[in-house]
Each structure stands twice: as C-alpha cells, then as structure tokens.
Design a protein around this ligand. Structure first.
Ligand code: NAD
Length: 294
C-alpha cells in the first residue's frame, strides 16, 4: 500500500483515483473545482486544499490535468506538488500534454518523473483497463509499475522522458487519419449505392481494415456499442481529438517531420470543433466530411 497524492479529479482522474483506493492505496486528492473534490470524498478519498498539500507526505503524486500549462502550474508552481513532496517521491503525469512540457517537468521537478499518458477513455478509467505509455528512466518505471497496475491493464515503457507523450500523439494521429479514411469510404459507398453492411463485412476481413472500422464505425447499425448508435454522444470527444492532433503537429514540427495527413486531420477536426461540434464523439467527423461534398 502506498500514500498517493492525486491532482485533477475530472472525468478520468476521479475513476482512476477510485481504482487506486480499491487497490488498497491511501489517496489524498486535489482539484480546483470543489464539486470534483466532493465527488472524490464521497468515493472515500481524503481532500487536500492545494496541490502542495496533496503531495505532502506522498510516495507518489499522480496528475490527470487538461493540458501542459495546468501540469506546470500544479507541479512546478508556487503551491506546486513537486517541491512539497518528500525527496524520495515519484511524480506520475498521466495527462495528455505536449512533449516539450513533459521533458521540462522531468528536468525541473527535482524528483523522479514519468510521463504516463493513457488510452482507453473514461470506460477504461472506470474499469481499470487503461493502457499506460510511459516515458522515464528504467528504475523509475519499475517503481511506478505497481501503482499504474491499480488503474490499467497494459503498461509499456516507451523510453526516456517524453516518450510516452510521443507514443500517445502517434496513436491518436493514426486513429484520426483512420477515422477520416473510414468516413470517406462510407460516404462514397452511400452515394454509389453500396450497402454499408456489405462494405463493413468485406473490409473487416480485407486489407483496408482498422479499429476505426471494425470496432468504432462512424455510422449506426454496424456495431451496437459505438457512439454512432447513440447520437454521437462521446466516447472520445472531437474537441479532445482536435487537442491531441494539435499536440501531434507541435511534436512533428519540433523534430522537422513531415506529417501531411496528420496536418490535414488536425485541420478538419479544428474546423469541426469551430462549428460548435466539439462535444460530439470524434467519429462524428463523418458529418463534416459528408458536408464537404455539398
Ligand atoms: P477533465 O476536464 O474532466 O478533468 C480535468 C480536471 O483537472 C478538472 O476537474 C479540472 O478542474 C482539474 N484541474 C485543472 N487545472 C487544475 C489545477 N491547476 N490543479 C488541480 N486541478 C486542476 O478532463 P479529463 O477528460 O479527465 O482529461 C484529463 C486528461 O486526460 C487530459 O489531458 C485528456 O486529454 C486526457 N485523456 C482524456 C480521455 C477522455 O476520454 N476523457 C482519454 C485519454 C486521455
């Protein structure tokens, strides 16, 4: 059992903290929104009045925050968790943030740090089945593995600081490109009279298959559990995908890598969000692609 400080008790953070408590850890949590803290206390957690207070006496500090600037503020700010944590404490940032901030945190925290972004969404957070992509040195990875095992099923050491965020950016860029590809094909099939079910059955066993088609198709009546069957209620919101594609573009630009498909995907998702559709599931991008033809 470990003493854990948890910062950011939102849609992902709250169920993750709950699973840490179920695994027998003692969790002290902080969020800037009082309602989020109240839900955490109802779940059996101990409330802290600041990030620093949550980190005081903790062996591990986990953060699950919206973006790089929030991680910087909560970890490195004046009432930040890093300086308040005991010298031996390990910081685990599971937020999806830019590679540059993840690397800066590792350099500036004065404590061992891993970036450990997740895939699996809110369902994975609830069920404790998240995949963790971890960046940091090997010894720190071994220390955090049992803690991450309380919240996830697959835990992969990707390499040095920032490598977890690189893996996350690559994955989501590929997912977005695949979803746009499936959307284009479904729209084409519709307009040219090929039944969607036929296209699904053929491509699910052919070379064009992908998760976006087989598990998460952007049209209803093919896979019962996917958001297209539920009016595109997320799931994984288009606004979050747009954010992740922006991070992927930043990372690609920082390394001088050409990602023209990723750039196009980032542009489509940004326009979709600007139209007020950011709250829909990301598979609703098929509506944006369909509207292009008109
Ligand atoms: P969320 O907005 O529901 O939760 C974030 C929480 O952080 C909020 O409760 C907010 O009040 C709190 N917060 C913000 N600044 C803070 C600060 N300085 N100190 C303390 N608390 C602060 O977001 P979420 O959906 O839980 O996502 C969290 C992270 O996980 C994001 O980086 C997101 O990209 C990533 N992620 C989300 C999903 C998903 O499906 N929701 C999936 C994978 C990864």
């Amino acid at each position: 059992m470990a003493k854990i400080g948890f910062i950011g008790l939102g849609k992902m953070g709250l169920p993750m903290a709950r699973n840490l408590m179920k695994a027998g850890h003692q969790v002290t949590g902080f969020d800037v929104v009082p309602e989020a803290v109240a839900a955490f206390v109802t779940a059996g957690g101990t409330a802290a009045p600041s990030a620093a207070a949550a980190a005081t006496g903790a062996e591990f500090v986990v953060s699950m925050l919206p973006a790089g600037q929030h991680v910087r503020a909560a970890m490195l700010g004046p009432a930040g968790a890093a300086a308040a944590s005991p010298p031996g404490a390990v910081l685990i940032d599971s937020s999806t943030i830019d590679v540059a901030t993840a690397r800066a945190l590792a350099l500036e925290a004065g404590r061992p740090v891993v970036d450990a972004p997740v895939s699996g969404g809110t369902m994975g957070a609830e069920n404790g089945t998240l995949t963790f992509m971890v960046g940091g040195d090997a010894a720190t990875f071994e220390k955090v593995k049992p803690i991450l095992a309380g919240m996830g099923r697959t835990i992969v050491h990707c390499g040095a600081a920032g490598a977890g965020q690189v893996a996350k950016a690559c994955n989501n860029m590929m997912l977005a490109i695949n979803m746009i590809g499936v959307s284009e094909a479904m729209n084409m099939a519709d307009q040219l009279g090929l039944p969607r079910q036929k296209l699904y059955d053929i491509v699910s066993t052919a070379t064009g298959r992908s998760f976006a088609l087989t598990d998460y198709p952007p049209v209803p009546d093919l896979v019962a559990t996917c958001p297209a069957n539920n009016d595109y209620k997320p799931g994984f919101a288009a606004a979050l995908m747009a954010k992740d594609l922006g991070l992927a573009q930043e990372a690609a630009a920082s390394a001088g890598v050409a990602t023209p498909m990723g750039k196009a995907a980032a542009g489509f998702f940004k326009q979709f969000v600007d139209q007020g559709e950011g709250g829909k599931d990301f598979s609703a991008i098929i509506q944006f692609m369909r509207a292009m033809a008109r």
